[in-house]
Design a protein around this ligand. Structure first.
Ligand code: FE
Ligand code: FE
Length: 337
């Protein structure tokens, strides 16, 4: 029996992006899929879930002049902590890019917005600032000088990370949307950029769904980031592998979700198991509970997994034996939920 077999490991901490509880707008329901939800109301909804301990807050708050003290009070009364702040470097003024905008003045505005978010992250005692440069990329062939926008991206993040050496910056990569291609589009490219940035406080936020529809194995992408000590955070959800559907955890790719958490467990990764679901047509509190219920089952399944049998199957690269071991643990844990 290897050292980590069948030890009852404490249940992980669960979190969610605060947008899980917000209002969704797309290019069809331009009037939104529900009424507006401001920052304090979203925190109160997150508090109703029951098993959430942390939230990732978008910045600026809604309304933008909402004092940090009021946010802190709302978190406190709901038993929540802000794990991260996500500056909105992807809204209208950044449609042509944040770090890579052709206008140097707009690139500066992006740095300033992230810097303001970083100050708020300090005040709230967050673990990291999340960077999701969704508008940094291109739509058409020949639209950009690839060397230049790569350099802009590396230099922008480097400037922030060196200005705030006490904070960590987590880059969330995504293949596309809203840009047809994002600069930080895969685990490997993001890790190469982090290598070029050359600072210890920049890492990856691995969104399981982004990894899936980017054609990666999320377990392998996690392994790659962890092997370099750069897996700062995760988001979990599910999709049909063609788009970032942000569905309930485990609803489509249950086995790969299990493999992903198994990879984290094997590497002794101890971060938060964080939801990034977009329940467009579902109740947001119930959708969060559903995602957490699945994650709790997966946690139990990790405890039930016959590690010796799995190791033997993997040594022989025996797909059928591995499936049997995995299904036994996973399906019996799911039956208990
Ligand atoms: Fe995400
Ligand atoms: Fe996403």
């Amino acid at each position: 029996m290897s050292s980590h077999d069948r030890i009852d490991i404490q249940e992980p901490t669960f979190g969610a992006g605060i947008w899980h509880f917000g209002r969704y707008v797309d290019r069809y329901a331009t009037d939104g899929y529900g009424p507006p939800v401001d920052t304090l109301a979203a925190i109160d909804l997150a508090g109703q879930v029951g098993d959430l301990s942390v939230v990732d807050l978008t910045f600026p708050f809604d309304p933008p002049d909402l004092p940090v003290e009021e946010v802190r009070a709302a978190l406190d009364r709901n038993g929540l902590r802000a794990i991260a702040v996500t500056p909105e470097i992807y809204t209208r003024r950044f449609v042509k890019g944040a770090f890579t905008n052709p206008d140097a003045g707009v690139r500066r505005e992006a740095i300033e917005l992230v810097s303001r978010a970083a100050e708020v992250a300090r005040l709230l005692g967050c673990d990291y600032v999340k960077l999701w440069p969704g508008q940094d990329g291109w739509d058409y062939p020949f639209q950009v000088d690839h060397s230049e926008i790569w350099r802009f991206s590396v230099e922008g993040v480097r400037e922030l990370a060196s200005t705030f050496p006490d904070l960590r910056f987590a880059i969330e990569y995504k293949p596309r949307e809203p840009r047809n291609t994002m600069v930080f589009s895969s685990a490997a490219k993001t890790l190469l950029a982090i290598d070029e940035i050359g600072l210890p406080n920049v890492g990856v936020l691995l969104d399981f769904g982004h990894s899936l529809y980017g054609g990666e194995s999320p377990a392998d992408a996690a392994r790659l980031a962890m092997s370099r000590g750069r897996l700062f955070a995760i988001d979990v959800n599910d999709n049909h592998r063609g788009w970032d559907d942000d569905m309930i955890v485990g609803s489509v790719h249950l086995t790969e979700t299990f493999e992903f958490f198994h990879a984290l467990r094997e590497a002794r990764w101890e971060g938060v198991w964080q939801l990034d679901q977009f329940p467009f047509r579902e109740d947001s509190v119930e959708a969060a509970r559903a995602g957490i219920r699945v994650m709790k089952s997966i946690h139990r399944a990790l405890g039930l997994l016959d590690h010796d049998a799995l190791t033997a199957a993997q040594r022989a690269q025996d797909a059928l034996a591995a499936q049997r071991v995995v299904q036994r643990a996973l399906l019996s844990a799911m039956a208990d939920q």
